[in-house]
Design a protein. Sequence first.
Length: 337
Amino acid sequence: MGVYQKKNGKWYCEFRHGSLRKHLLCRGATNKKEAEQIENAFKYRLQQQVNGVIPKDLPNMTMSQLLQKELDYAVLNKKSYKTDESRAKVIKKFFGWNSLIKDVKPEKIEEFKNYLLSTGKSKATVNRYLEQLSKSFNIAVDNEYLRKNPCKSVKKFPVRNTTVRYLTEDEEKRLFKALPEYLKPIVITALNTGLRKSNILELTWEQINLEFGLIEVLENKGNKHIYIPINDTMRELLEKLAENGTTGYVFVNPETGENYKDIKKSWNTALAEAGIENFRFHDLRHTVGTRLASKNVPVNVIKEILAHSDIKTTMRYVHCTNGARKEALNKLNNFSL
């Protein structure tokens, strides 16, 4: 080991540093003496890194490798990992599969924001992409692939998220007239439990305890273990469905014998027939929150029913119903001259 010159005329050095064997190009060396000087500089730098005087060199990790680590995390910890997979494809396409993460600067991320907007994505959706990208870079920082998350210097778009779309009583009547029969019990469940679509479609009889009047949900967006009380409407529905058996899934597709995987097409057809615009299945969950708030149900109770992590999310339903606030302000009438 030591310095040597290859047939291409370039000088190299080879040496051991602890348990590692280093083989490096002595860039710029024109003779043995210059190569030895560069070798000594390499050794000195490595020793400085070991002693913590200067930071260690960053490994060459690609965007593709990093995003795979984020997806591995998502599979284990997130119910919505399929969404992460879809976004990861867009991120890799923009930044390049083999681009090095240490070369990604805030300026490039700003370009990514503009690119997403140019494809028709909303500012709220762009923010979700930035959150996933930031999570990926945080993983890199935690594992010493990066020193700093470049997303920290990039601002997300300010988004007003105060508008809550909910189903009016008239819309509900029109919707149930248009719904196919198999969808009606699914929608009734949504309107009487506040559960997310995935939890409803994957609901099994093992999760239902009619004796104690509870639905147990083990997997949800916040990875919480929650219990939903069964109201009278829901009990009547479940007892009717139980006539067909109480094993497996509650809502079974007769054509497959399994649970329904996708109801989007039938749902959209029903909305169009009912003349209901700008309404998603998830808005049935907003409807539950709004209706509870309009009946003056305490906000902390609504929070528990909907399994919100942050009470600020629940407060949206309180803000969009003015019944309780009007009633409170009417008490001031007694003080008027």
